[in-house]
Design a protein around this ligand. Structure first.
Ligand code: FES
Ligand code: FES
Length: 128
């Protein structure tokens, strides 16, 4: 059902954890399945995402897509990172089963949420 790449990222996820001095944090929950992802970003003044880590409470596809998003985003500028769609993530993982496409929304939505919080800088913009 899953590609080798998905299994590989699930078994050995990259950039798991938390960044203590993160300056952009995003959190998204999927209303249907209840899975949750939290993303921590360290963004430099030149808008480059220097570091990124994630914590995902969710299915294998959610973990694999979170891991892939952190790899795709690290070292990129904010505006490049925002171009990453769930399809980009799924393609980078050699595909996801159709029923699991929503799982890659989780990571890309959390990325957008984190970047929104960064632009808002005060981080207290309320909730979505
Ligand atoms: Fe089953 Fe996410 S809904 S693990
Ligand atoms: Fe819910 Fe994968 S099943 S994120």
């Amino acid at each position: 059902m899953y590609s080798d790449k998905v299994m590989e990222h699930f078994n050995n996820p990259r950039n798991v954890g938390q960044i203590e001095d993160a300056n952009a944090v995003g959190e998204v929950g999927n209303a249907v399945c209840g899975d949750i992802i939290k993303l921590y970003l360290k963004i430099k003044d030149d808008d480059v995402i220097e570091d990124i880590k994630f914590k995902t409470f969710g299915c294998g596809a959610a973990i694999a897509t979170s891991s892939m998003v952190t790899e795709l985003v690290k070292g990129k500028k904010i505006n490049e990172a925002l171009q990453i769609s769930k399809n980009t993530v799924a393609e980078a993982l050699d595909g996801l089963p159709p029923a699991k496409m929503h799982c890659s929304n989780l990571a890309t939505d959390a990325l957008k949420d984190a970047i929104n919080n960064y632009h808002g800088s005060s981080k207290s913009k309320g909730d979505k």
